[in-house]
Design a protein around this ligand. Structure first.
Ligand SMILES: Nc1nc2c(c(=O)[nH]1)N[C@@H](CN(C=O)c1ccc(C(=O)N[C@@H](CCC(=O)O)C(=O)O)cc1)CN2
Length: 299
Protein backbone atom coordinates (compact mmCIF):
# COMPACT_ATOMS: atom_id res chain seq x y z
CA UNK A 1 0.00 0.00 0.00
CA UNK A 2 1.18 3.52 -0.75
CA UNK A 3 -0.43 6.09 1.50
CA UNK A 4 -2.26 9.24 0.54
CA UNK A 5 -0.03 12.25 1.14
CA UNK A 6 -1.87 14.85 3.21
CA UNK A 7 -0.98 18.24 1.72
CA UNK A 8 -0.49 20.61 4.66
CA UNK A 9 0.11 23.63 2.41
CA UNK A 10 -3.22 23.14 0.66
CA UNK A 11 -5.03 22.43 3.94
CA UNK A 12 -3.49 25.51 5.59
CA UNK A 13 -4.61 27.64 2.63
CA UNK A 14 -8.18 26.43 3.14
CA UNK A 15 -8.02 27.28 6.87
CA UNK A 16 -6.66 30.76 6.05
CA UNK A 17 -9.48 31.26 3.53
CA UNK A 18 -12.06 30.38 6.21
CA UNK A 19 -10.37 32.79 8.63
CA UNK A 20 -10.38 35.57 6.00
CA UNK A 21 -14.09 34.98 5.33
CA UNK A 22 -14.88 35.28 9.03
CA UNK A 23 -12.74 38.40 9.40
CA UNK A 24 -14.65 40.03 6.54
CA UNK A 25 -17.93 39.23 8.30
CA UNK A 26 -16.68 40.55 11.66
CA UNK A 27 -15.69 43.83 10.04
CA UNK A 28 -18.90 44.23 8.03
CA UNK A 29 -21.42 43.09 10.65
CA UNK A 30 -19.77 44.13 13.91
CA UNK A 31 -17.14 46.74 13.00
CA UNK A 32 -14.50 44.60 14.73
CA UNK A 33 -11.06 43.76 13.33
CA UNK A 34 -9.14 40.96 15.07
CA UNK A 35 -5.60 41.97 16.09
CA UNK A 36 -2.58 39.77 16.76
CA UNK A 37 0.52 40.97 18.63
CA UNK A 38 3.72 38.98 18.15
CA UNK A 39 6.70 39.58 20.41
CA UNK A 40 10.19 38.53 19.35
CA UNK A 41 13.11 38.86 21.74
CA UNK A 42 16.55 38.56 20.14
CA UNK A 43 17.72 37.63 16.66
CA UNK A 44 17.36 33.89 16.28
CA UNK A 45 17.34 33.45 12.49
CA UNK A 46 14.56 30.84 12.32
CA UNK A 47 12.39 32.80 14.77
CA UNK A 48 12.78 35.94 12.65
CA UNK A 49 11.45 34.01 9.62
CA UNK A 50 8.49 32.58 11.57
CA UNK A 51 7.61 36.01 13.01
CA UNK A 52 7.82 37.63 9.56
CA UNK A 53 5.53 34.92 8.15
CA UNK A 54 3.08 35.35 11.04
CA UNK A 55 2.87 39.13 10.42
CA UNK A 56 2.43 38.67 6.66
CA UNK A 57 -0.24 35.97 7.04
CA UNK A 58 -2.10 38.07 9.63
CA UNK A 59 -2.36 41.01 7.24
CA UNK A 60 -3.30 38.74 4.31
CA UNK A 61 -6.44 37.51 6.10
CA UNK A 62 -7.45 41.10 6.88
CA UNK A 63 -6.47 41.19 10.56
CA UNK A 64 -4.31 43.81 12.29
CA UNK A 65 -0.73 42.80 13.03
CA UNK A 66 1.36 44.32 15.82
CA UNK A 67 5.00 43.29 15.78
CA UNK A 68 7.29 43.97 18.74
CA UNK A 69 10.96 43.20 18.18
CA UNK A 70 13.07 43.55 21.30
CA UNK A 71 16.84 43.29 21.73
CA UNK A 72 18.29 40.00 23.02
CA UNK A 73 19.29 41.62 26.34
CA UNK A 74 15.76 42.86 27.13
CA UNK A 75 15.11 42.51 30.86
CA UNK A 76 12.30 40.33 32.17
CA UNK A 77 10.70 43.43 33.75
CA UNK A 78 10.62 45.25 30.39
CA UNK A 79 9.16 42.22 28.60
CA UNK A 80 6.49 41.76 31.26
CA UNK A 81 5.65 45.48 31.05
CA UNK A 82 5.08 45.15 27.29
CA UNK A 83 2.91 42.06 27.77
CA UNK A 84 0.90 43.90 30.41
CA UNK A 85 0.34 46.78 27.99
CA UNK A 86 -0.83 44.32 25.29
CA UNK A 87 -3.07 42.52 27.81
CA UNK A 88 -4.88 45.81 28.40
CA UNK A 89 -5.09 46.92 24.76
CA UNK A 90 -8.64 46.28 23.44
CA UNK A 91 -7.40 46.26 19.81
CA UNK A 92 -5.21 43.24 20.59
CA UNK A 93 -7.12 39.94 20.75
CA UNK A 94 -4.16 37.58 20.55
CA UNK A 95 -0.64 37.79 22.00
CA UNK A 96 2.29 35.44 21.56
CA UNK A 97 5.96 35.47 22.47
CA UNK A 98 8.00 33.64 19.87
CA UNK A 99 9.90 30.71 21.42
CA UNK A 100 12.61 29.98 22.29
CA UNK A 101 13.27 33.02 24.47
CA UNK A 102 16.85 34.00 25.36
CA UNK A 103 18.17 31.99 28.34
CA UNK A 104 17.96 34.80 30.92
CA UNK A 105 14.16 35.02 30.52
CA UNK A 106 11.86 32.67 32.44
CA UNK A 107 9.67 31.16 29.70
CA UNK A 108 7.00 29.91 32.10
CA UNK A 109 6.69 33.26 33.85
CA UNK A 110 6.49 35.14 30.56
CA UNK A 111 3.87 32.82 29.04
CA UNK A 112 1.74 32.90 32.18
CA UNK A 113 1.79 36.70 32.20
CA UNK A 114 -0.33 36.77 29.03
CA UNK A 115 -4.02 36.84 29.97
CA UNK A 116 -5.44 33.37 29.11
CA UNK A 117 -8.13 34.87 26.82
CA UNK A 118 -5.42 36.37 24.57
CA UNK A 119 -3.02 33.40 24.79
CA UNK A 120 -3.40 32.32 21.16
CA UNK A 121 -0.52 29.82 21.56
CA UNK A 122 -2.58 27.97 24.20
CA UNK A 123 0.49 27.62 26.42
CA UNK A 124 -0.83 29.46 29.52
CA UNK A 125 -1.22 27.12 32.49
CA UNK A 126 -4.91 27.98 32.71
CA UNK A 127 -5.47 26.97 29.05
CA UNK A 128 -3.46 23.77 29.63
CA UNK A 129 -5.67 22.91 32.59
CA UNK A 130 -8.88 23.77 30.76
CA UNK A 131 -7.93 21.64 27.75
CA UNK A 132 -6.95 18.68 29.92
CA UNK A 133 -10.28 18.85 31.77
CA UNK A 134 -12.28 19.15 28.55
CA UNK A 135 -13.25 22.80 29.06
CA UNK A 136 -13.28 25.55 26.44
CA UNK A 137 -9.71 26.84 26.05
CA UNK A 138 -7.23 28.27 23.61
CA UNK A 139 -5.68 25.23 21.91
CA UNK A 140 -1.96 25.05 20.95
CA UNK A 141 -1.62 25.68 17.20
CA UNK A 142 0.42 22.66 16.07
CA UNK A 143 -1.77 20.00 17.78
CA UNK A 144 -4.88 21.86 16.60
CA UNK A 145 -3.57 21.67 13.02
CA UNK A 146 -2.93 17.92 13.41
CA UNK A 147 -6.45 17.43 14.78
CA UNK A 148 -8.00 19.31 11.84
CA UNK A 149 -6.13 17.11 9.35
CA UNK A 150 -7.11 13.92 11.20
CA UNK A 151 -10.80 14.93 11.38
CA UNK A 152 -10.75 15.78 7.69
CA UNK A 153 -9.27 12.41 6.76
CA UNK A 154 -11.25 10.16 9.12
CA UNK A 155 -14.48 12.06 9.72
CA UNK A 156 -15.02 10.72 13.24
CA UNK A 157 -11.99 9.71 15.34
CA UNK A 158 -14.18 7.94 17.90
CA UNK A 159 -12.85 4.56 19.03
CA UNK A 160 -9.59 4.76 17.06
CA UNK A 161 -6.33 3.74 18.74
CA UNK A 162 -3.88 6.63 18.75
CA UNK A 163 -0.24 6.61 19.82
CA UNK A 164 1.46 9.96 20.38
CA UNK A 165 5.23 9.56 20.34
CA UNK A 166 6.63 12.37 22.49
CA UNK A 167 5.46 13.96 25.73
CA UNK A 168 6.30 17.65 25.31
CA UNK A 169 4.03 20.30 26.83
CA UNK A 170 3.76 22.07 23.48
CA UNK A 171 2.76 19.13 21.26
CA UNK A 172 2.65 15.63 22.80
CA UNK A 173 0.48 16.30 25.86
CA UNK A 174 -2.06 18.68 24.23
CA UNK A 175 -2.27 16.36 21.20
CA UNK A 176 -3.12 13.44 23.48
CA UNK A 177 -5.79 15.53 25.22
CA UNK A 178 -7.35 16.58 21.92
CA UNK A 179 -7.46 12.98 20.66
CA UNK A 180 -9.00 11.87 23.95
CA UNK A 181 -11.61 14.63 23.65
CA UNK A 182 -12.51 13.17 20.23
CA UNK A 183 -12.90 9.74 21.91
CA UNK A 184 -9.73 8.04 20.67
CA UNK A 185 -8.01 5.50 22.90
CA UNK A 186 -4.74 7.32 23.50
CA UNK A 187 -1.28 6.19 24.57
CA UNK A 188 1.65 8.57 24.99
CA UNK A 189 4.95 6.88 24.17
CA UNK A 190 8.35 8.25 25.10
CA UNK A 191 12.02 7.36 25.53
CA UNK A 192 11.29 4.92 28.39
CA UNK A 193 8.38 3.15 26.66
CA UNK A 194 8.97 -0.60 26.35
CA UNK A 195 8.75 -2.04 22.82
CA UNK A 196 7.65 1.23 21.29
CA UNK A 197 7.63 -0.34 17.80
CA UNK A 198 5.07 -2.98 18.80
CA UNK A 199 2.96 -0.34 20.54
CA UNK A 200 2.92 1.85 17.42
CA UNK A 201 1.92 -1.17 15.30
CA UNK A 202 -1.36 -1.32 17.29
CA UNK A 203 -2.23 2.27 16.34
CA UNK A 204 -4.74 3.51 13.79
CA UNK A 205 -3.15 6.93 14.24
CA UNK A 206 0.52 7.63 14.99
CA UNK A 207 1.54 11.20 15.83
CA UNK A 208 5.33 11.55 15.90
CA UNK A 209 6.50 14.55 17.94
CA UNK A 210 9.70 13.40 19.52
CA UNK A 211 12.37 15.55 17.87
CA UNK A 212 14.50 12.63 16.61
CA UNK A 213 15.13 12.58 12.86
CA UNK A 214 13.39 9.70 11.02
CA UNK A 215 12.97 7.62 14.18
CA UNK A 216 9.59 6.12 13.25
CA UNK A 217 10.05 3.72 10.34
CA UNK A 218 7.61 1.79 8.18
CA UNK A 219 8.12 -1.28 10.37
CA UNK A 220 6.42 0.56 13.22
CA UNK A 221 3.30 1.31 11.17
CA UNK A 222 0.20 -0.86 10.87
CA UNK A 223 -1.09 -1.28 7.31
CA UNK A 224 -3.44 1.60 6.51
CA UNK A 225 -2.68 3.67 9.65
CA UNK A 226 -2.61 7.48 9.53
CA UNK A 227 0.80 8.97 10.28
CA UNK A 228 1.15 12.61 11.37
CA UNK A 229 4.75 13.83 11.46
CA UNK A 230 5.31 16.88 13.67
CA UNK A 231 9.12 16.74 13.55
CA UNK A 232 11.21 19.43 11.87
CA UNK A 233 14.86 18.31 11.90
CA UNK A 234 17.67 19.71 9.80
CA UNK A 235 20.25 17.01 9.02
CA UNK A 236 23.33 16.86 6.76
CA UNK A 237 22.21 16.12 3.20
CA UNK A 238 22.98 12.46 2.42
CA UNK A 239 23.98 13.18 -1.21
CA UNK A 240 25.05 16.85 -1.31
CA UNK A 241 28.15 17.56 0.73
CA UNK A 242 27.98 20.71 2.87
CA UNK A 243 24.21 20.98 2.35
CA UNK A 244 21.41 20.23 4.79
CA UNK A 245 17.99 18.65 4.40
CA UNK A 246 14.77 18.98 6.39
CA UNK A 247 13.30 15.71 7.66
CA UNK A 248 10.60 14.77 10.12
CA UNK A 249 10.52 12.30 13.00
CA UNK A 250 9.20 9.70 10.53
CA UNK A 251 11.23 7.90 7.89
CA UNK A 252 8.89 8.99 5.11
CA UNK A 253 10.15 6.60 2.40
CA UNK A 254 9.39 3.46 4.40
CA UNK A 255 6.33 4.76 6.28
CA UNK A 256 4.49 5.88 3.13
CA UNK A 257 4.56 2.26 1.93
CA UNK A 258 2.56 1.12 4.97
CA UNK A 259 0.41 4.14 5.86
CA UNK A 260 -3.11 4.83 4.63
CA UNK A 261 -2.31 8.53 4.87
CA UNK A 262 0.77 10.47 5.92
CA UNK A 263 1.96 14.06 6.28
CA UNK A 264 5.27 14.97 4.62
CA UNK A 265 8.05 17.19 6.00
CA UNK A 266 8.25 19.89 4.84
CA UNK A 267 4.74 20.77 3.71
CA UNK A 268 2.68 18.79 6.22
CA UNK A 269 2.02 19.89 9.79
CA UNK A 270 4.36 22.95 9.67
CA UNK A 271 2.17 25.23 7.51
CA UNK A 272 -0.84 24.40 9.72
CA UNK A 273 0.84 26.01 12.75
CA UNK A 274 0.53 29.56 11.43
CA UNK A 275 -2.91 28.92 9.89
CA UNK A 276 -4.16 27.75 13.31
CA UNK A 277 -2.62 30.78 14.99
CA UNK A 278 -4.82 32.95 12.75
CA UNK A 279 -7.81 30.72 13.54
CA UNK A 280 -7.14 31.09 17.28
CA UNK A 281 -6.94 34.88 16.93
CA UNK A 282 -10.38 35.00 15.30
CA UNK A 283 -11.72 32.69 18.02
CA UNK A 284 -10.24 34.94 20.73
CA UNK A 285 -11.72 38.03 19.06
CA UNK A 286 -15.19 36.44 18.85
CA UNK A 287 -15.04 35.38 22.50
CA UNK A 288 -13.88 38.87 23.59
CA UNK A 289 -16.86 40.40 21.80
CA UNK A 290 -19.45 37.81 22.85
CA UNK A 291 -19.94 36.71 19.21
CA UNK A 292 -20.44 33.23 17.71
CA UNK A 293 -17.18 31.42 17.00
CA UNK A 294 -16.49 30.29 13.44
CA UNK A 295 -17.30 26.62 12.73
CA UNK A 296 -14.43 24.24 12.12
CA UNK A 297 -11.64 26.53 13.30
CA UNK A 298 -11.22 25.20 16.82
CA UNK A 299 -11.38 21.96 18.75
N1 LIG B 1 5.32 31.00 20.42
C1 LIG B 1 5.59 29.97 19.60
N2 LIG B 1 6.87 29.67 19.32
C2 LIG B 1 7.13 28.61 18.50
C3 LIG B 1 6.09 27.85 17.91
C4 LIG B 1 4.76 28.20 18.25
O1 LIG B 1 3.76 27.54 17.80
N3 LIG B 1 4.55 29.26 19.09
N4 LIG B 1 6.38 26.85 16.99
C5 LIG B 1 7.71 26.75 16.43
C6 LIG B 1 8.00 27.61 15.26
N5 LIG B 1 6.89 27.87 14.34
C7 LIG B 1 6.01 28.85 14.65
O2 LIG B 1 6.21 29.66 15.49
C8 LIG B 1 6.80 27.22 13.07
C9 LIG B 1 7.63 26.16 12.75
C10 LIG B 1 7.58 25.59 11.46
C11 LIG B 1 6.71 26.07 10.51
C12 LIG B 1 6.69 25.53 9.10
O3 LIG B 1 5.85 25.91 8.33
N6 LIG B 1 7.66 24.66 8.75
C13 LIG B 1 7.83 24.22 7.36
C14 LIG B 1 9.31 24.11 7.06
C15 LIG B 1 10.03 25.42 7.23
C16 LIG B 1 11.49 25.34 6.79
O4 LIG B 1 11.74 25.15 5.62
O5 LIG B 1 12.36 25.55 7.67
C17 LIG B 1 7.19 22.85 7.15
O6 LIG B 1 7.19 22.04 8.09
O7 LIG B 1 6.74 22.63 6.03
C18 LIG B 1 5.87 27.09 10.84
C19 LIG B 1 5.91 27.66 12.10
C20 LIG B 1 8.74 27.09 17.51
N7 LIG B 1 8.42 28.31 18.19
Amino acid sequence: MTGKIIDGKEFAASVRAKVAEHVTRLKADHDVTPGLAVVLVGQDAASEVYVRNKGKSTLEVGMNSYEHKLPADTSEADLLALINQLNEDPAVHGILCQLPLPDHLNEELVINSIVPEKDVDGFHISNVGRLSTGQKSMVPCTPLGCLMMLRDHHGSLSGLNAVVVGRSNIVGKPMANLLLKDSCTVTIAHSRTKDIEALCRTADIVVAAVGRPEMVTGEWIKDGATVIDVGINRIPHPEKEGKTKLVGDVDFASAVEKAGAITPVPGGVGPMTIACLLANTVTACCRANGLDEPDGLTA
